[in-house]
Design a protein around this ligand. Structure first.
Ligand code: AMP
Length: 479
C-alpha cells in the first residue's frame, strides 16, 4: 500500500513525501482511513510504529478547509509528558507545513504568560500535557467547546502517572459530539474501561501484540554480581560496541545523577534527564542529545518517555525496571522505523523477580551475554555500592598495588578522584540512616587508602587524617 491509497489530501501527501516516508507503516495503513471516516479509534501500538503520523495526518486533513476562532481550538492532543508533547508538536509542524493550521504547545515548566499570549491568536490544535491545560482552562484562557477532535496519546502512561482524573476533567469540558482517538502501547483492563468511557463504538486496531517488544531490537541480558559491577559492564559496552548513541535508563532520579557524574568522570559525553530538573535544563539536555553533541542520555522512565531519536542505536536498562511494561517502552526507543537496534538489561541476583516478570510479559527469554568474555558470577553480592562507585581499582586490590597504581595515576584519573570526593561531600536526597552511614564509611575508606601525591613515604599524620562529612546534618541544612 502507498500513502495515496489512504484517502489523504494532496497537501498532506506532499508533506509526507517531503518527510521522506515512502510507504505507510502498519498503524498508519489501518488507522488513517478509519480516522478519515470520522470514526472513533482505539489503537494499540508501541512507540516507534509511526503512530503520531497515524493520528496527525488525518487530523490535518479533517481540520483543513475551515479556520479556528480565537481561544477556541478545534483539536486537542493530550500527551503524558512534556517531551512527548514537544515531539508531537515538532511532528505536527512537519506534517502540517502545507496546511493553514496553527498549533500551540501547552506544557508545564514553561512560561504561563507566553502560552496565554499564544492562545490570543487563532489556534487550531492544542498539544498539551493534562496539568498545564487544566490550569489554563480554569483561568478562563481557552474555550474547549469547539474541540471536535481529541487524541489521548499513550493512555497507559497517563494511567501510570496518575493523570486519568485530570484527563477525565478535561474531557468534561469538551463537547460530547466529537471524534476521539486513543492510543496505548499496552491494553490493560483499566485502559479498556477508559475506552468505554471516552470512545463511542471505536474501531480497534492493534499493530503488534500487546507489550511485545519491537522486533527490530536485539535484546541481551548482562548478569552482574552486584550494583558496583553494572558501572564497569556499562562502560565496557559503551567503549567496545559500535554505540552510535544510547539512552541509559535508571529507576531512580538520584541514580540518574550519580551515573551521569560517574560516566563523565570516565570521559563519556553524557547528558541527563530526570523529573526534578527544570524544563529549560531538560530541553537543553534533549537538544544536546538530539544534535549528537552528547552521545549518551541517562534518564528515568518518565523523563525518557516518548523521546524519539531517529536511528538511536542502543538502549541500556541500567536497572531492571520496576514495572515489566517499562522494559518494553525502554527498548522501544531503538529499532524504530525499520532500523535495527540493540538493548541491554543489567541484572543482579536481586533482580531475578523483575527479570522473570519481563520474560513472562515478552513471552521469551533474553539472551544472556558476557561482557569482556568473562561471565559475571552470581555469588557473593555485597550490593551496597552505589552506581558511581565503580572505579578503575577492583575491590580485591591490596594496598600495595593500590599505592603503585596511585603513583601512576594520570591527570584524568586524579580529576576523577577529586570529583568523587566532591560528590561524597554533596548533600543527597537519600536520608536513610543506613545508607548515610555506608556513604560515610566508604568516604573514610577512600580517604584512608589515598596516597598523597609527591609527598614521599613520610607523610605528616594530620594530612592522613580522614575528614568525615556528616551527611545527615548537611542534608538537614540543605533541606
Ligand atoms: P512514532 O511511533 O510516531 O514516534 O514514529 C517513529 C518514527 O518513525 C519517527 O521518527 C517518524 O518520523 C518515523 N515515521 C513515521 N511514519 C513513517 C513512515 N511511514 N515511513 C518512515 N518513517 C516513518
Amino acid at each position: 500500500m502507498i500513502f495515496e491509497d489512504l484517502g489523504l489530501g494532496p497537501d498532506v501527501l506532499k508533506a509526507v513525501t517531503d518527510a521522506g516516508y515512502r510507504v505507510p507503516t502498519a498503524i498508519q495503513e489501518k488507522a488513517i482511513p478509519v480516522a478519515l471516516q470520522g470514526r472513533d479509534l482505539l489503537g494499540c501500538a508501541q512507540t516507534g510504529t509511526g503512530k503520531t503520523a497515524a493520528f496527525v495526518l488525518p487530523m490535518i486533513d479533517i481540520l483543513s478547509g475551515s479556520r479556528a476562532k480565537a481561544r477556541m481550538p478545534r483539536a486537542l492532543i493530550l500527551s503524558p509528558t512534556r517531551e512527548l508533547a514537544q515531539q508531537t508538536f515538532e511532528n505536527f509542524e512537519i506534517y502540517a507545513k502545507n496546511a493553514e493550521l496553527d498549533a500551540a504547545l501547552l506544557i508545564g515548566g514553561t512560561s504561563m504568560r507566553d502560552q496565554e499570549k499564544v492562545l490570543e491568536s487563532d489556534i487550531d490544535v492544542l498539544i498539551a500535557t493534562p496539568g498545564r491545560l487544566l490550569d489554563l482552562i480554569e483561568r478562563g484562557q481557552i474555550l474547549m467547546r469547539g474541540v471536535k477532535f481529541l487524541v489521548i496519546d499513550e493512555a497507559d502512561r497517563m494511567l501510570d502517572m496518575g493523570f486519568i482524573p485530570d484527563v477525565e476533567r478535561i474531557v468534561g469540558f469538551l463537547p460530547p459530539l466529537r471524534q476521539t482517538l486513543m492510543f496505548s502501547a499496552t491494553m490493560p483492563k483499566e485502559i479498556r474501561k477508559l475506552a468505554d468511557k471516552f470512545l463511542h463504538n471505536p474501531k480497534e486496531i492493534t499493530v503488534a501484540p500487546p507489550a511485545s517488544p519491537a522486533e527490530m531490537v536485539e535484546q541481551s541480558l548482562v548478569r552482574v554480581a552486584n550494583a558496583r559491577d553494572k558501572g564497569k559492564a556499562l562502560r565496557k559496552l559503551l567503549e567496545g560496541e559500535a554505540v552510535g548513541n544510547a539512552m541509559i535508563f535508571c529507576n531512580r532520579k538520584r541514580d540518574v545523577d550519580s551515573l551521569t557524574r560517574s560516566l563523565r568522570r570516565f570521559g563519556f559525553d553524557v547528558v541527563r534527564m530526570q523529573g526534578d530538573m527544570d524544563q529549560r535544563s531538560r530541553e537543553a539536555a534533549l537538544s544536546a542529545f538530539k544534535s549528537g553533541e552528547a552521545k549518551f542520555l541517562v534518564c528515568t522512565d518518565v523523563a525518557g518517555r516518548g523521546i524519539d531519536i531517529f536511528g538511536l542505536s542502543h538502549v541500556f536498562c541500567y536497572d531492571v525496571p520496576v514495572n515489566a511494561e517499562d522494559y518494553v517502552h525502554r527498548i522501544g526507543r531503538t529499532g524504530r522505523a525499520g532500523h535495527r537496534g540493540r538493548a541491554y538489561v543489567f541484572a543482579t541476583p536481586e533482580d531475578s523477580k523483575g527479570l522473570a516478570a519481563i520474560t513472562r510479559l515478552i513471552r521469551r527469554d533474553i539472551e544472556e551475554v558476557t561482557v569482556d568474555g568473562k561471565a559475571a558470577e552470581h555469588t557473593a553480592a555485597p550490593a551496597e555500592a552505589e552506581p558511581d562507585e565503580a572505579d578503575e581499582a577492583p575491590k580485591t586490590e591490596n594496598k600495595g598495588r593500590r599505592k603503585k597504581s596511585a603513583a601512576k595515576k594520570d591527570g584524568k584519573a586524579k580529576k576523577a578522584d577529586k570529583a568523587a570526593d566532591k560528590e561524597a561531600a554533596q548533600p543527597r536526597d537519600d536520608d536513610e540512616p543506613a545508607k548515610a552511614e555506608s556513604r560515610r564509611r566508604r568516604k573514610k575508606e577512600r580517604d584512608d587508602e589515598k596516597v598523597p601525591f609527591g609527598k614521599g613515604d613520610h607523610v605528616p599524620a594530620f594530612l592522613m587524617r580522614s575528614i568525615v562529612i556528616d551527611d545527615d546534618s548537611k542534608d538537614a541544612r540543605s533541606a
